[in-house]
Design a protein around this ligand. Sequence first.
Ligand code: AMP
Ligand code: MG
Length: 337
Amino acid sequence: METKHLIAKDKFLNESIKKAAILLKKGEIVAIPTETVYGLGADATREEAVDKIYRAKGRPNDNPLIVHIGSKEQLFELVTDIPPYVEDLIDKFSPGPITYVLKSSGKVAKNVTAGLTTVGVRIPDNPVALELLRYSEIPIAAPSANISGKPSPTTAQHVLDDLEGKISAVLDGGPAKVGVESTVIDCTEAQPVVLRLGKITTDEIQQVVGNVEVASTLSDNSEKPKSPGMKYKHYAPEVPLILVKQKSQMEQVINKEKSKGSRIGLLVSASNAKQFQAEKIIVLGENEEEIAERLYNALRSFKQEEIDVVICESFPTSGVGRAVMDRIERAATSIID
Ligand code: AMP
Ligand code: MG
């Protein structure tokens, strides 16, 4: 199939959004821009459309999808039994990079929730996505628009690199601003539980609801994680990645890999870039926001330059930095403490 590249900018904006809406209404799958990463969208009420997402991505069918909606009202149609604190969270953080897991009202197709009684819903903070959602008036199920296991896409080109020929179109709204996937929070109990770390931090959530837990499954590999996706290997670059936790060890690890004759790639902060030598050095940024925004593009870029091994330093964990380190740890082939 030919994958249409629909530019959602300037004079093409409305026309491209309309074309994407028509394809989605026909039951096709279209990649859409959001503020976190690009999503692979389908009409969440149609099982056969949603099935195309799983097939195109090669996504395990027990890993549920997040449903994107354009307004708080639409959210209330898709879920029931909403604890009172959820409205406070929505008023504070949505539209934004946060997904609420709530009891499903049964309106979305059953493969969206992978058979669970709950559904993850989110209002993305991206003008193109919001316009598409409001114009099409359909809830859009959209996991990240990458081949399962690879780093999530933050540009339309990343989507095409993974899925060209397998999806009907990509709606190109420019690069994603946040760069890591949404915070996922289970809101089915009296107290919310963070299932996946993201830009909205546990502290920020706590300030609104008083008390919040972080799921133990974020750190161990228990049999039945509450968020099924967390058990899978994620964000893995095609080149092996060594995460070095102590800065003082960087030099030694670099020299060891060099002595094997490997072509080395480095992921470092601006302040360390000049200290080391390697075939390719990527400076992720000055602060956590920049590091998050550039991380997945960097992870994808080493393959093209035939780098054998990537050595990555540890970044600060304030703000979105904690989610960044969570993703790097999941992407790492080995971690040196
Ligand atoms: P992705 O769409 O690729 O960003 O992945 C969505 C993430 O949200 C995965 O980790 C899912 O397991 C999680 N998720 C989606 N829906 C639910 C749900 N109903 N309950 C728990 N976790 C969910
Ligand atoms: Mg994903």
